[in-house]
Design a protein around this ligand. Structure first.
Ligand code: CTP
Length: 453
């Protein structure tokens, strides 16, 4: 038991004031109409967690307050909500309001209303708690019925029956909170979730809004648990047939291989897309409002990871591993590692990708090679030699680069020539030959280079 109801509101205010930026905001709020800290901020403070942001509701127009805060005039939107940065703290301000949904899944029509109504329109009881910072009730905690009991018991419950059909994004918010906070779902709310999902509520939400919730879900500290928690409710299939994690593997292994140096959310989403055909993935990501860069990264990871796995597993020499990876993104290598090529994926992620030449193309040109493709071929050969430990310093690198570049310039570049270390059975033979120069990538033809004999 958390003993939430015993927590004094003044303690929470004291904690908030420990940040000078927030203390300044509070002192400005104290001069205006009744204002409240609400939502996730109060929930997290009461749970003893550090809030992710600051949610403020004001029972009055936002403009005078924004002016006092030094925000540009008309900084708020049509719903009278505004976002400011207070130092590092993101602050979401809104005018206290009631909401009415013209149809399921639509954006609500809002109108100013007192805090009591504002609390009752919210998603979950545990988010319907307000800490008054000014006005006649300053220093008091206000809350919807059962809000403190649910917080105490670790349960998520909606405030009214139509909540999920009004705003089906709350189905995904429920998954996000249950995964992050480790909360259960109150039985009556559980029944409403399954009812809303089977009634097709998710399909009424515009793609980008649904996508925004999925992006938040994948950005949770534990994205695998968060995405896996969609399945018991059928929410993954409600996004798209085939979407979702089929168990926790391979996502857990892929994320462990990726470590902190990559886009964890993109990787988790790529795994969740593996059950959808390639063309369908791009269509879905576009419908969900992913920007082009993110869409490409996720789709490329889902496409290349499985293709890369067998080639990466076969590679022996370090240069063959690097050649198999080619230009595949880090996330795709991590996925390939989770799909059977763990050792080589780890080798590349932890060591090989950091190996770089000390020489540049300018050095090769300065040594007499005409600018052109031969320079690139020389550099690739030098890098392969360095990866395999056959050259140790810049002189060795240059010698290797020149050997290769001159051989190439001299007509030795027989297109489609000899073996590639990536081809089945080729790795050992090419490695023993000691001159792998494979520029192939997981993306293109198996290998654009050859083993020198
Ligand atoms: N809210 C809601 N219905 C939604 C979105 C938000 O009722 N579809 C309300 C909730 O009361 C929520 C508050 O608006 O607490 C602020 O929303 P948001 O910032 O998205 O969530 P937080 O509660 O701050 O949660 P988080 O910790 O994830 O930021």
């Amino acid at each position: 038991m958390l003993g939430v109801s015993a927590v004094a509101a003044t303690e929470l205010l004291h904690h908030l004031r420990s940040s000078p930026d927030v203390a300044r905001l509070l002192s400005i709020l104290e001069r205006g109409p009744a204002a409240y800290i609400v939502g996730g901020t109060v929930r997290d403070l009461l749970l003893g967690r550090e809030p992710l942001d600051l949610d403020v509701v004001v029972d009055g127009p936002l403009d005078p307050l924004l002016a006092l805060l030094g925000a540009p005039a008309r900084a708020h939107d049509q719903f009278e909500t505004a976002t400011l940065m207070l130092g590092d703290v993101r602050c979401d301000l809104a005018r206290s309001r009631s909401e009415r949904y013209a149809r399921p899944g639509a954006l609500p029509q809002v109108r100013p209303a007192p805090i009591e109504q504002d609390l009752l329109r919210r998603d979950f009881t545990v988010n319907a708690i307000a800490l008054a910072v000014s006005g006649t009730r300053a220093g008091e905690l206000l809350f919807a019925p059962r809000a403190l009991e649910d917080l105490d018991a670790g349960l998520l419950a909606v405030l009214y029956e139509r909540s999920f059909s009004d705003d089906p994004t709350r189905l995904l918010r429920l998954i996000r909170y249950s995964s992050r906070l480790g909360f259960g779902v109150r039985a009556s709310t559980y029944a409403l979730v399954t009812g809303a999902v089977s009634a097709g509520a998710v399909a009424t939400v515009a793609g980008p809004r649904l996508g925004a919730e999925l992006r938040l879900l994948a950005a949770e500290p534990e994205p695998v648990s968060a995405l896996a928690a969609l399945a018991p409710f059928g929410l993954d299939a409600a996004v798209e047939l085939g979407f979702g994690l089929d168990g926790r593997e391979p996502a857990v292994t892929a994320l462990a291989l990726l470590g902190d140096d990559g886009d964890r959310a993109a990787l988790a989403l790529a795994v969740a897309l593996l059950g959808i055909a390639e063309a369908g993935r791009l269509v879905l990501l576009a419908r969900l409002g992913f920007d082009a860069t993110r869409r490409d990264l996720i789709a490329e990871t889902a496409r290349l990871g499985p293709a890369l796995a067998p080639r990466l597993r076969r590679a022996r020499a370090a240069s063959s591993v690097a050649a198999a990876v080619g230009r595949a993104p880090l996330e795709a290598v991590a996925l390939a590692g989770a799909l059977g090529a763990r050792t080589n994926a780890q080798r590349w992620i932890e060591q090989l990708r950091f190996v770089a030449l000390s020489i540049t193309g300018a050095d090769v040109v300065a040594a007499g090679v005409a600018p052109g493709p031969a320079v690139g071929a020389g550099l690739r050969a030098a890098l392969a030699a360095k990866l395999d430990g056959r050259v140790g310093d810049s002189d060795g690198e240059l010698a290797e680069a020149l050997r290769r570049a001159r051989g190439r310039a001299g007509g030795a570049d027989r297109a489609g020539g000899a073996d590639c270390a990536d081809r089945a059975g080729g790795a050992d033979r090419a490695d023993r030959a000691g001159g792998v120069d494979c520029a192939g990538s997981a993306d293109g033809p198996d290998c654009a280079g050859r083993a020198e004999g």
